[in-house]
Write a protein that binds this ligand. Sequence first.
Ligand SMILES: Cc1cc2nc3c(=O)[nH]c(=O)nc-3n(C[C@H](O)[C@H](O)[C@H](O)COP(=O)(O)OP(=O)(O)OC[C@H]3O[C@@H](n4cnc5c(N)ncnc54)[C@H](O)[C@@H]3O)c2cc1C
Length: 306
Amino acid sequence: MENVVIAGSGPAGLTAAIYTARANLNPLVLEGPAPGGQLTVSYEVENYPGFVEPVSGAELMDRFLKQAERFGTRMSYASVQKAVREGDHIRLETDDGVIETETLIIATGAEARRLPIATEPAFYGKGVSGCATCDGAFYRDQDVLVVGGGNTAMEDAMFLTRFARRVTIVHRRDYFRAAPIEIDKCRKNPKIDWLIPWVLETITGDARGVRGAVLKHADTGETREVECQGIFVAIGHDPKTTPFQGLVPLDDEGFIVAVEGSTCTSTPGVFACGDVRDRRYKQAVLAAGHGCMAALDVEQYLGQRE
Ligand SMILES: Cc1cc2nc3c(=O)[nH]c(=O)nc-3n(C[C@H](O)[C@H](O)[C@H](O)COP(=O)(O)OP(=O)(O)OC[C@H]3O[C@@H](n4cnc5c(N)ncnc54)[C@H](O)[C@@H]3O)c2cc1C
């Protein structure tokens, strides 16, 4: 029987590991399909506190890992396939066998939805981004597209006008899911253009990154090429919660519902931290902060059971 199993090895999971390992709880981290988490695909992180110079996401996460291992964290490449509460503990079915644990910290993240076009993967992280807060500052005086029609797309477009020369919102429908007030703010901003209802078909560029995009009118089929250096995709996130369905409550988008102000879920012994329970902010420093909270919540829970 494990004391604490942490599902996920991004900033949330590894911070939880650092804290629980230092508290002598002997944590086991299941790294899952993306060791180090989302940040490992980011070439430059400029907003993680404590790093004056930009640091690559891969290096940052390697430092998290080494710090967790320094205090004795055990790492496994396994992924959770199914988690159920059995009696007073949790049973995890993984691709490397069954694990039983007194507590489970779920830190499996939420993946930004990708554009379903063949040219996108080659430019992801080289001009195509799923995070305006993270990457907007790299596009000073450049032309960028924002793809999406919800509140996030409008907020991202407004935010990007602080840096970019022109921001064009591309949306495949001629109506928006975004709140009218958010759309109004964008309409009043002279730096924002609109391409609706247009669909992004192809990204063009070279080894240096994105140089433009080919768009197709959703009704007429007309195509046009636009120049741009950045494409921000704001079409939602998919929280990685499938293995935990039935174990913990999920909201209408699949994010884990935790008790306000803590990482406790309504299931005893199960805690959730990072992007997997964060509908709004999705930043590494917050995920790390949540990881710390989860570790302290676990300590308290186990202390009360002794
Ligand atoms: C391109 C890019 C650039 C970014 N840049 C910045 C930035 O500059 N600054 C910033 O603050 N944030 C940035 N972010 C956001 C930041 O990466 C996330 O907010 C952060 O990684 C969330 O941490 P997390 O630990 O909650 O989840 P993640 O980092 O998503 O980690 C999830 C972990 O869960 C594991 N996992 C998934 N399913 C399972 C399973 N079934 N069993 C076990 N493990 C599983 C995965 O393998 C992974 O290790 C960026 C994101 C992207 C994609």
